[in-house]
Design a protein around this ligand. Structure first.
Ligand SMILES: Nc1c(NC[C@H](O)[C@H](O)[C@H](O)CO)[nH]c(=O)[nH]c1=O
Ligand SMILES: CC(=O)[C@@H](O)COP(=O)(O)O
Length: 167
């Protein structure tokens, strides 16, 4: 469903588990910091609102969205017992094909990190044509993708825990 047809911060049609039992990394890119700060605030507050403990949230910043890949890997290698890593960025189309290479690399790279560590790595990266589209999706008329990323992290952490409880 296209974002234009849904609100990224509306979870009234789904049940969100408690965030309290889990530990979360948040990696935020510093490119387009006006946008990524809003994404971070949305993600952080959404975790807290769903019961996460502040001491269980580990935020880090990286230079750009491409560095989200190594940033997520560093967190999973160095912070014990993380249940999910939320990766936040904003890639805006410029004059060249650099946008395509960054977006594809980040999407593929983060999925590889998730598989490598067997942990949920959440793709909270805006890939937009212009600044207005980014504003609309970081607390504007289409909600906040940071909220969506946080809820996704909670759900995936809870799903992983349900399988651990089967053992
Ligand atoms: N143009 C954008 C970038 N570019 C920078 C890259 O992410 C990376 O930091 C650089 O290529 C060095 O490795 N990053 C964004 O997050 N958003 C952009 O719009
Ligand atoms: C996604 C980018 O790296 C892009 O914003 C850089 O802009 P340009 O393609 O004009 O160099």
């Amino acid at each position: 469903m296209a974002t234009q047809l849904k609100n990224l911060s509306d979870f009234s049609d789904t049940e969100v588990p408690s965030a309290a039992p889990y530990r979360y990394g948040i990696v935020t890119a510093e490119w387009n910091t006006q946008i990524t700060n809003a994404l971070f605030e949305g993600a952080y507050q959404s975790l807290i609102n769903h019961g996460a403990l502040a001491d269980n949230i580990f935020p880090y910043a990286v230079p750009g969205s491409y560095e989200l890949i190594s940033g997520a890997d560093l967190l999973l290698r160095n912070i014990v017992n993380l249940d999910a890593v939320i990766c936040l960025g904003c890639v805006i189309q410029g004059e060249t094909r650099h946008f395509d290479f960054i977006c594809n690399a980040v999407a593929n790279g983060l999925s590889n990190v998730s598989i490598k560590h067997n942990k949920p790595v959440i793709f909270g990266v805006l890939t937009v044509d212009n600044l207005q589209q980014a504003i609309d999706r970081s607390g504007g008329k289409h909600g906040n993708k940071g909220d969506e990323a946080a809820v996704t992290a909670i759900k995936m952490a809870d799903m992983a825990a349900s399988f651990r409880n089967l053992i």
